[in-house]
Design a protein around this ligand. Structure first.
Ligand code: 4NP
Length: 148
């Protein structure tokens, strides 16, 4: 199983989701993350995201931001999007129905239809911690569904 987490910049939400999800799946699973913009390409996650993950014993410091590519729709089985803008952008890049079917909103797993993981980029450490908690719940649910 190959899982891709996607947000806007790939420096805050999806790197955290990647780090959390990796703690919940068995060896042999591929978990990666990407952004819909390339503004931060090559950069490590935001310092506040790195610190928040570290507070929970997860090291995301070596991740590097990259934009999503057409190839990702072939490589990955599931593509989880952090908010509706990201979802719409990602769906618009899918080349066919099979690729479109792989894309969903991350929080749909928690039955929060149309719910979004708020962007903590303009916020503070408290906002990053809240996002971490939301991602932790979502990843727990998704991993349970996948491993069932
Ligand atoms: P992310 O947060 O999508 O969770 O990585 C953001 C990071 C950077 C920007 C916006 C959101 N930005 O505008 O640079």
């Amino acid at each position: 199983m190959k899982i891709l987490m996607v947000c806007l910049g790939n420096i805050c939400r999806s790197p955290l989701a990647e780090g959390i999800m990796k703690t919940k799946v068995p060896e042999g699973f591929l978990v990666d993350s990407a952004g819909t913009i390339s503004l931060h390409e090559g950069e490590h996650p935001d310092k506040r995201a790195i610190k928040t993950a570290a507070n929970h014993g997860i090291d995301i410091s070596r991740q590097k931001s990259r934009p999503i590519t057409g190839n990702d729709f072939e490589t990955f089985d599931k593509i989880y999007c952090m908010d509706i803008d990201v979802f719409e952008d990602v769906v618009s890049k899918a080349k066919n129905e099979t690729e479109r079917q792989k894309v969903s909103l991350f929080l749909e797993a928690l039955d929060h239809k149309n719910a979004e993981v708020p962007d903590p980029y303009w916020g503070d450490m408290n906002d990053f911690e809240k996002v971490f908690q939301l991602l932790e719940q979502g990843c727990a649910k998704i991993s349970n569904q996948i491993l069932k």
